[in-house]
Design a protein around this ligand. Structure first.
Ligand SMILES: [Zn+2]
Length: 266
């Protein structure tokens, strides 16, 4: 379904985990970020693109390699694809297995593939897509392959799996990197006077102090780990998040142990 439709971009929301796909219209190119999840949802996005296309080139950007963000890649094999260097170099077989299991469970038969990437992005690189500069900000912490997308001319920040109002942080790469990323995103919001902030799951935010509030809530939560017994009331109550919280705690403890043992080696 469509969560938000503005003149220059549309945010699609999947029925699953409220995952967003962002379609951006520029005068001479169409950009699609993270097409997901279900076959009909992907077909709808594809149809909408063709209806408005007018021979413009199509770019598909993947924020990171998690399965819920690459699952729809099969629908856009003719597009010019964009992702980070780490995305290309990282083994994604676990992610593809997740898609396989999901499809088997739900009797879905669609191609399962990690997208081949045409434009491999170096950290914080800016590319001209059509006539619009698009900056890809390296944002590890949730995942090592992660980047967020800034379109300065539209005051638009598509941040991927950060800044959600419906789920707590999933620290699947590194807590310190996660905290740095939260700082980076906060600076970008101020520096580029972001008006539109699109998270990978949940609601678009058009209020700058709310954007900062979401990122600060994540920061406070992570800083309070691992002592924190429960994740923060900033996000809704959900049994699944208890498991996420436990995983986050283990991740923080593990990184702390690694850090200590490295220190002893010196
Ligand atoms: Zn993710």
């Amino acid at each position: 379904m469509i969560q938000a439709k503005l003149q220059s971009f549309t945010v699609y929301e999947s029925a699953l985990m409220r995952t967003t796909s962002t379609l951006i219209d520029t005068p001479d190119a169409i950009l699609l970020i993270d097409p997901t999840w279900l076959p009909e949802e992907i077909a709808t996005i594809r149809r909408d693109i063709e209806l408005r296309r007018n021979d413009r080139p199509l770019y598909v950007i993947f924020t990171h390699h998690h399965f819920d963000h690459i699952i729809g890649a099969y629908g856009f094999t003719d597009a010019t694809t964009i992702a980070s260097q780490a995305f290309v170099e990282t083994d994604s077989s676990e992610q593809l297995n997740e898609i396989r299991e999901f499809y088997e469970q739900h009797y879905i038969n669609r191609p399962i593939q990690k997208p081949d990437i045409d434009l491999v992005i170096k950290p914080d690189q800016t590319l001209l897509l059509g006539s619009v500069p698009v900056t890809f900000i390296s944002t590890p912490g949730h995942d090592a392959t992660h980047m967020s997308i800034l379109i300065e001319s539209m005051n638009l920040l598509v941040c991927g799996d950060y800044g959600s109002n419906i789920e707590p942080p999933f620290i699947e790469h590194d807590p310190t990197a996660y905290l740095d990323t939260l700082q980076t995103l906060q600076s970008i919001i101020y520096e580029h006077e972001i008006q539109w902030f699109v998270p990978g799951h949940g609601d678009l935010c058009d209020n700058r102090s709310q954007m900062i509030k979401r990122l600060s809530a994540a920061e406070e939560y992570i800083l309070a780990l691992p002592e924190q017994r429960h994740w923060s009331p900033s996000w809704p109550d959900h049994a699944f998040f208890d498991r996420v919280h436990e995983r986050n705690q283990k991740m923080v403890e593990q990184k702390e142990t690694d850090r200590r043992s490295r220190r002893q080696d010196y």
